[in-house]
Design a protein around this ligand. Structure first.
Ligand SMILES: [Zn+2]
Length: 92
């Protein structure tokens, strides 16, 4: 989503950029329209501390059959293939 800020006066853009910077506790120069638009588009506030970040651990894939190989399930000694993989015979 890219908004077009052409119809908004520079003073409003500058004020909004300064508010965003104050909220994000950053100091960046905002003296013209280009810098203000860059701050509005680029600066995001930090994520709240009391909510989960929704970061998921990536599930590794089996080298042989390309199916999910979840952590804690049976795998071979290299940790890259299912111990009973459907394509085990094909690669050996
Ligand atoms: Zn497999």
């Amino acid at each position: 989503m890219t908004a077009d800020y052409a119809c908004i006066p520079e003073s409003a853009l500058t004020t909004l950029a300064l508010l965003i910077l104050k909220r994000a506790k950053l100091t960046l120069p905002v003296t013209n329209r280009r810098q203000a638009v860059a701050v509005i588009r680029g600066v995001k506030p930090a994520p709240p501390r009391n909510q989960p970040l929704n970061i998921r651990q990536p599930v590794p894939l089996c080298r042989a059959c390309c199916q999910a190989l979840p952590v804690g399930t049976l795998c071979d000694s290299t940790g890259q293939r299912h111990i009973e993989c459907s394509k085990k015979e094909a690669l050996k």
